[in-house]
Design a protein around this ligand. Structure first.
Ligand code: ADP
Ligand code: MG
Length: 338
């Protein structure tokens, strides 16, 4: 059973970025508006995520990290109206299988916080009073200590830097989609990135991309019924051709489906085509525009259960989404896909 647990957990928790993503999503699900993320040695020695969310009820703490426990859905129908990032109860249990985890939490009704140390199966093995305020702090030590090959991967300095960049890109995406979230990221005790609270999407963009970029973006919207699709976001103003990210990188093309940052090949392709159609020079061929696209669909028309990290989303009506996006691109730029 130990080996099975390790192998299946290693599939859910594939990287440092993955751990940060799961912990961050749990904090947002718990209503947090403030998040402090600290990493040491690129997250291999320590990842700590502190939030000011609701905390974990004392009655749930015994099972919180046991695999497949979730407080977020109680019946299958809940999946059809999902409004949380998590629902499978897999993250905490899986992290416990590949690292040393402790969780400190306090709900509003409690006077002091409690720190829980968890074993490889996610069971609480030690509990003691602690001094932290309202919310939850998850500490992950010695990530992949029992997966030498994966740990080996991170001995390469270049790989480590890439992973850190991925974490920053990830935080940027959540910073945009959750305007009222305050975020900090520290690596080896140095603050690398921070974002203050904002009132709306535009404010969030100012706080993450800066006013220089936002000045060249245009708010836009497209609503469609039958099937119900709502698109909104900020696109480059026609003529803002320098607003592209470096060649073949799409790290500033933010696409969200029902608030989830996603990688959607067909949507990316259409956006890139519209960009290169406007600026057909050779050097623009593989560029992606800086933009934010939020796609909102009825929860029942998407399936986020495709991959453990939920960044691939299966759309029941992908064609309709592409048609709606094209309509938006036509109205903005007069662009029609070839
Ligand atoms: P899921 O998010 O799919 O429910 P997880 O393994 O990520 O599964 O988390 C298990 C449970 O632990 C959650 O359902 C939630 O009840 C609790 N939990 C985890 N992190 C937090 C947090 N930061 N604040 C409050 N509750 C949390
Ligand atoms: Mg979760």
């Amino acid at each position: 059973p130990d080996t099975v647990r390790l192998l299946s957990s290693a599939q859910v928790i594939t990287s440092v970025g993955n751990v940060v993503k799961e912990l961050l999503e749990n904090s947002v699900d718990a209503g947090a508006t403030s998040l402090d993320i600290k990493m040491e040695n690129y997250g291999l020695d320590r990842i700590e995520v502190r939030d000011n969310g609701l905390g974990i009820q004392a009655c749930d703490t015994a099972v919180m990290a046991v695999r497949h426990y979730t407080s977020k859905i109680s019946c299958h129908d809940d999946l059809e109206r999902l409004d949380t990032y998590g629902f499978r109860g897999e993250a905490l249990g899986s992290i416990c299988a590949v690292a040393e985890v402790s969780i400190t939490t306090k709900t509003v009704g409690e006077d002091i916080s409690t720190q829980y140390s968890l074993d490889v199966t996610g069971k609480v093995v030690l509990q003691k009073p602690s001094h932290l305020g309202q919310g939850t702090t998850v500490t992950v030590l010695k990530l992949f200590k029992n997966l030498p090959v994966r740990r080996q991967y991170y001995t390469n300095a270049k790989k480590c830097k890439e992973e850190l960049k991925k974490v920053q890109d990830l935080l940027m995406a959540y910073a945009i989609v959750k305007p009222d979230l305050r975020l900090t990221l520290a690596h080896n005790k140095v603050v690398m990135w921070q974002k203050t609270r904002a009132a709306d999407l535009r404010g969030a963009l100012l706080a993450t991309l800066g006013s220089g970029v936002v000045a060249h973006l245009l708010p836009c919207q497209h609503l469609q019924e039958q099937p119900q699709i709502s698109l909104d976001g900020f696109f480059p103003k026609p003529g803002a051709d320098y607003l592209s990210t470096s060649s073949s990188s799409h790290d500033k093309t933010f696409i969200f489906i029902n608030n989830r940052p996603v990688q959607q090949k067909d949507i990316m392709k259409l956006l890139r085509q519209s960009y290169t159609a406007q600026y057909p020079s050779e050097s623009n061929r593989n560029r992606y525009p800086v933009l934010v696209l939020q796609i909102t669909l009825p929860p029942s028309s998407i399936d986020v259960n495709l991959t453990p990290d939920k960044t691939q989303v299966l759309l029941h009506n992908k064609e309709a989404v592409l048609v709606a996006l094209e309509a938006l691109l036509v109205s903005l730029y007069g662009f029609r896909s070839p």
